[in-house]
Design a protein around this ligand. Sequence first.
Ligand code: PLP
Length: 421
Amino acid sequence: MNRSAVWHPFTQHALEPPMTRIRLTEGAYLIDTEGNRILDAISSWWVITHGHRHPVIMEAIGKAIETYDQIIFAEFSHEPAETLAEGLIEVAPAGLKHVFYSDSGSTAVEVAIKMALGYFHNQGELRDRIVVMEASYHGDTIGTMSAGERGVFNAAYQPLLFGVDRLAFPAAVNAQRTLDLFEDVCRSGRVAALLIEPLVLGAGGMKSYDAGVLSGLKEIAERYGSLFIADEVMTGWGRTGTMFACEQATITPDILCTSKGLTGGAVPLAATLCTSDIFDAHLSTDRRKTFFHSSSYTANPIACASAVANLDIWRSEPVLERIKNLEALQRQNLRRFADDERFANIRQAGTIAALDLVVPSKGYLAEVGPKMRRLFRERGLLIRPLGNVVYLMPPYCVTADDLGRAYDAIDEVASIVLETR
Ligand SMILES: *Cc1c(COP(=O)(O)O)cnc(C)c1O
C-alpha cells in the first residue's frame, strides 16, 4: 500500500497508483519527469485560464519578487493590491466598489458569508439564514461545506455543519418552482443571503441553468431585502463565455467571490467584492462593527502582481475572441455525440462542455469515474469525470487538434468502459 508522505487531496491512497511527478508546465500541457506530455483538459482543477506559464504573468511574478515578499496587510498596503482592486472594480459588474483579499475560493466564500451576516448584525436586524441551490459546491471549509451539497464527502463532518435552505435545481421544466421556493423562504424575513454559483454548478456535475433564473432570483432577493452572493470562483474569467457569468443575466450581485482564474492560475489568490452598502455597514467609530477577518497571507504582493498581469492580458490580448473560438470548437465536437445512446444530457456553457455517460446501474457509478480517469491518462489526457459526468474545461490556448484528440478519447473510453462492465 502506498503510504505517501504527501497526503494528496481527494485521493484514496489505498487505491491510487503513485502520483505522476510533473517537471514542467507549458501551454495546455503538463510534462512529467519521463518526458510524457499530458493534455491538461481540465485546466489543473479549473484554475489555468490562458494556458500554463503565460509569459506576461511569469514576467510580472519575476519582477514582483525583486522587491516584495509578504507584507502585513493591516496598517500597510502596496501598489499591486491597490492597482488590482481598481482593476477588479473596473471589470466586475457595475456597482461593486470594495475588494477584500484572501487566498482560496473557500475563503472568498467564507468572507462573503461573514460580510452578509455582519451587514445585518451591524444594523441590528435579525437575519441569519443562508439560501443555496441543490447540488452546489462552495468549498471545503466547515462553513462552505455547510452551504454545499451534502454527501459521502462531508458525512464525517455533518455534526458541525450549519443548516441552510436549499432550492431545487432549476431544470428547464421547473425553473419557476425554484423561484417560487426562494420567494417562500424569503417571506420569513430571516434570509441574509442567497449564495449561488451563477449559470453553472461546477463540482455538482457541471449542471447549467438559464440566465433568466439568475435575474429572477436577484429580483426576489432585492424585493425581500436579502443579499445576493455570486460564487464566481469557477465561472469567473471567461469560463461561461463572458468575463463573469453574472453579466449574462445583467445583474450586479451584492457580493462576488473570485479566485481560480484570478491570477491566470499561476499562484493562489482570492477576492471578495462588495457594494458600498456592505462596506458602509461595517464603517463606524464603534470598533465592534469592524469586519473581523484576516488570513496571514492576505493580499500577497506576488499573487496580486500576478493578477494585475492577468488583467493586462485581458486588456491587451483578444481573450474573448479566443473564448468564442473555443466555444465554437466545443460545440462542433459535441455534435458527434448528439444521437449517441451512450451519452445523455449533452450540454455546454461557454467554454465548458459536459456529457453524462449512461451507466447501467447506480452501484456501477462509483467505479466508472476512476476507471475513465485511468483510461484517459493512458491516452495522455488529464480528464477527471465527476462520477459519470465527463467534462472538458481546457485552457483557452488549447488547439483544435488537441481538443479533437480529447473527444476521440472520450469516444473510445466510453466504449471500453461500457463493454467491460
Ligand atoms: C473550487 C470552488 C470553490 C473553492 O475554491 P478553493 O480554491 O478550492 O477553496 C468554491 N466555489 C466554487 C464554485 C468552486 O468551483
